[in-house]
Design a protein around this ligand. Structure first.
Ligand code: A3P
Length: 292
């Protein structure tokens, strides 16, 4: 039936000018009329920018770096626009969550509920360089049954560059959030900075959230949330979940590196991408790191 087909590489569909998955389209009115509460905290990211990693950092901060508590903690931070074909939409559950809520969002600022900014909610924006995002997104399409078939890498990259992928253009997404950077309630995390010094970035995030992490807590957090530790532990930690999308955390935690794009881009593709980045990001003061 129709719901079952969504596990088999559905096409993205356009709603209000935004490319989304069929489940999101089906519940778009509810997602659109979502109302933020002033004490909500949002984690905003373009797909594949490090959302899962950041949600684990958030959980570890909430638990003050207590490793034993973290190991048994099954908190999953809900994703506003998400809907499994056979379930009620995430927005329904989110509407019924007690405060304070933490909510993931993927939509660009042009498509988020006005109440988020009007209520001056805290927003944590995660940014990652577009070359690694493109590569990560391409691979995600190959093993996630709920995403379309990506075609070849070259075809996918072309679509990525013109924003013909889920949640539209990476450029519009990051430029939108970055334009709000002077607002004290909007906080930025860069994937590459997290790779360089996770403890430091987690400390900054904790301060933004009004928490104080002890050096011991930071040490624990860094150990639990390294790429290898997460790759080894996440499937067991969340063994209670059934994945509708047909992949494991071991697959999801694919490479976790800065610079894997070098293994995918041809010299010509890289030149086109560099030019696009220059054109799109000029005058924004946004600057990304492409290798460590
Ligand atoms: P790769 O595909 O490049 O490996 P999101 O959660 O936003 O979908 O982002 C997924 C990307 O974050 C994947 O990138 C994944 O491996 C990476 N990631 C997840 N946890 C990580 C960690 N602990 N350290 C580094 N990268 C991590």
């Amino acid at each position: 039936g129709a719901a079952g087909d969504e596990y088999k590489k559905p096409q993205v569909v356009l709603v209000d000018g935004l490319l989304v998955m069929p489940g999101t389209l089906r519940h778009w009115e509810k997602i659109k009329s979502f109302q933020a509460r002033p004490d909500d905290i949002f984690i905003a990211s373009y797909p594949k920018s490090g959302l899962m990693w950041t949600t684990q950092v958030m959980n570890m901060i909430k638990l003050h770096g207590d490793v034993e508590a973290y190991k048994v903690d099954k908190t999953l931070i809900p994703f506003l626009e998400f809907c499994r074909p056979d379930e009620e939409p995430a927005v329904e559950k989110i509407n019924n969550l007690p405060s304070p809520r933490v909510i993931n969002i993927h939509a660009p600022i042009s498509h988020i509920s006005k109440s988020i900014l009007e209520n001056k909610c805290k927003v944590i924006c995660i940014l990652r360089n577009p070359k690694d995002v493109a590569v990560s997104f391409y691979h995600f399409h190959t093993f996630n049954n709920m995403l379309p078939n990506p075609g070849t890498w070259s075809e996918f990259l072309q679509n990525f560059m013109i924003g013909k992928v889920g949640f539209n253009s990476w450029f519009d997404h990051v430029k939108g959030w970055w334009s709000l950077r002077e607002q004290p309630n909007i906080f930025f995390l860069f994937y590459e900075e997290m790779k360089k010094d996770l403890g430091y970035e987690a400390g900054r995030l904790a301060s933004f959230l009004g928490h104080d992490l002890s050096p011991e807590a930071i040490k624990n957090l860094v150990k639990q949330l390294s790429f290898n530790a997460m790759k080894a532990n996440m499937d067991e930690k969340f063994s209670n979940l059934s994945s509708p999308a047909g992949f494991t955390f071991k697959q999801f935690l694919r490479k976790g590196q800065v610079g894997d794009w070098k293994n995918h881009f041809t010299v010509a593709q890289n030149e086109v991408m560099d030019q696009l980045i220059t054109d799109q990001l000029q005058g924004t003061s946004l600057d990304f790191c492409y290798e460590l």
